[in-house]
Design a protein around this ligand. Structure first.
Ligand code: ADP
Ligand code: MG
Length: 243
């Protein structure tokens, strides 16, 4: 489903930083991959390169047969294939919950208004927030906003969902409701790449865990491997700091 080969990404401002250094990775359909690593290790850049929010400098990224880095590949095509959920929700503040989940369907997917609204209500139902359809984001809790953001991403019928620290901005009591939605999605067979510090989620849901440091993938394994017998010193150090 996702094939990443020899990807490099350098930022030149404010100073030169190699955010991704020769990253290669392969993700099968239906697989859930949790990416962990210290701050600044390139986790967000990795996700953002997958949907071309950042353009990798070199390498190859294929998602379900779509060549993400090819100049001829339409950005909307990628955005339809690859849904993304951010730490900071990024909902449209001037649109209602329902409109947030409808707008991409009508503008990018070119669906009719009625069909889009119906689909949106189904998705809001699925994430348990249909009662708030006519509210504005500012009237919701963080956990509710994040569930709307997930519904909005799903409305495009993506093949892949990317989550960048989806629960890091939430009050602790709201983390569970968002993780539950993500777990349900994983169970349905969605291909997911999740950057998170929620090691309980990683243990329970991840097929593979990827540890990144300094722009490189340092270690890959099952949750079992990571939490019982990590191989590299840097992995051990990181896990000892967060567990
Ligand atoms: P993580 O998500 O693991 O914390 P990031 O992918 O955000 O790491 O960042 C990796 C490195 O790239 C960091 O050194 C960060 O400062 C740098 N970086 C990320 N985005 C940008 C950007 N838009 N411009 C300049 N530097 C960036
Ligand atoms: Mg990040």
């Amino acid at each position: 489903m996702i094939d990443v080969k020899n990807v490099y990404k350098t930022f030149f401002v404010p100073h030169e930083i190699q955010a991704l250094h020769d990253v290669s990775y392969h993700i099968n359909p239906g697989e859930v991959v949790v990416v962990i690593g210290p701050s600044g290790s390139g986790k967000s850049t990795f996700l953002r390169c997958l949907n071309r929010l950042e353009h990798a400098n070199s390498g190859h990224i294929m998602i379900d047969g779509v060549d993400v880095l090819a100049p001829k590949t339409n950005i909307n095509k990628i955005r339809m294939e690859v849904g993304m959920v951010f730490q900071s929700f990024n909902l449209f503040p001037h649109l209602t919950v329902l409109e947030n989940v409808t707008v991409g369907q009508t503008s990018v997917r070119k669906r009719g208004k009625t069909e889009s609204a119906e689909n949106a209500m189904n998705l809001l139902n699925k994430v348990g927030i249909h009662a708030k359809a006519d509210n504005y984001p500012a009237q919701l809790s963080g956990g509710q906003m994040q569930r709307v953001a997930i519904a909005r991403a799903l409305a495009m019928d993506p093949k892949v969902m990317l989550f960048d620290e989806p629960t890091s901005a939430l009050d602790p009591e709201m983390v569970g409701e968002v993780l539950d939605v993500m777990k349900a999605l994983a169970k349905e067979g969605m291909t997911m790449v999740v950057v998170t510090h929620e090691m309980g989620f990683a243990r329970e849901v991840a097929d593979h865990v990827v540890f990144m440091d300094e722009g490189k993938i340092v270690e890959v394994g099952t949750p079992e491997h990571f939490f019982t017998d990590p191989e590299h010193e840097r992995t051990k150090l990181f896990l000892s700091q967060i567990l």
